[in-house]
Design a protein around this ligand. Structure first.
Ligand code: ZN
Length: 271
């Protein structure tokens, strides 16, 4: 019998039924078409159908268009999100190339809760460093309200380099930073950032589950209490993501932490 089908484990349940039978929060989603990639499930209805099929309890997402198309506003994303309060939560997309829009969106934030839970920064795409002035209103607001900010990060990231991330997380100690993609494979950087900012920096796993040994490596480096599940839906698939977590060589306690417990502790069970 392989370790993945040992009786009574999450892996056994998942491999046999395609359901983990525990809460699962996907903390890194998107929505909407993308000009250069065909996504089978990028509209709201198809995404929600997939989330339900895969047993996802909630998805926190930022709409592609709110990040890339200045005339598609976060208010429109709020209108979508509030129609699905049982399963969708939004990150307010922040594009520092439109600083007036950022200021307006921060002012609107309170009207968008509880649908809105925080902000999304996409620094590498917007070609602005995390220390750019355009981010400041969102950073200050997140710090005041203890809100999460999901960032896109990658190994060797020029726009969110480890040193500037440490500086930012220390400057805004009450904001909660989710490192999307966990600086993929920059293990030294991950360890250094975690040592410098052990309390308000979390590492998010989009694109990592299923790559042999990487979930295990991150658990070893920062502990499962600092890891979050995510998929970039519709970029990656929920079944692959959850399957990669429950099949990793980590403890079941680690899996519970990653899939939902850390978020329950951060945002409360009714977020
Ligand atoms: Zn993303």
């Amino acid at each position: 019998m392989s370790i993945w089908t040992a009786k009574g484990t999450l892996a056994e349940a998942y491999w046999n039924t395609g359901r983990a039978n525990i809460p699962v929060y996907d903390m890194h989603g998107h929505m909407g078409a993308h000009g250069q990639i065909y996504f089978k499930r990028s509209d709201t209805g198809a995404m929600i159908a997939h989330l339900k099929k895969a047993g996802i309890t909630k998805l926190a997402f930022s709409h592609h268009h709110s990040l890339w198309t200045p005339d598609f506003s976060n208010r429109e994303v709020f209108e979508i999100t509030r129609r699905h309060p049982d399963i969708l939560r939004m990150y307010v997309g922040v594009n520092p190339n439109h600083p007036d829009r950022v200021i307006e969106d921060v002012k609107s934030f309170d009207r968008w809760t509880p649908a809105a839970i925080g902000f999304k920064f996409l620094s590498a795409y917007h070609q602005k460093k995390i220390t750019d002035k355009g981010y400041e209103p969102a950073l200050k607001f997140a710090d005041e309200r203890k809100l999460p900010i999901l960032l896109h990060t990658w190994g060797g990231d020029r726009f969110v380099p480890i040193d500037l991330m440490i500086e930012t997380a220390q400057k805004y100690p009450n904001a909660i930073f989710f490192m999307g993609h966990s600086f993929r494979a920059d293990w030294d950087g991950v360890a250094r950032l975690h040592r410098a900012c052990p309390d308000n920096v979390y590492f998010e796993l989009t694109s990592i589950p299923g790559t042999s040994g990487m979930v295990e490596k991150l658990v070893e480096l920062v502990g499962s209490e600092r890891l979050l599940y995510g998929t970039d839906l519709p970029w990656f698939d929920e079944f692959q993501g959850i399957g990669g977590i429950v099949s990793a060589r980590i403890s079941e306690n680690d899996m519970h932490n990653i899939l939902y417990r850390n978020i329950d502790n951060l945002l409360g069970k009714d977020w």
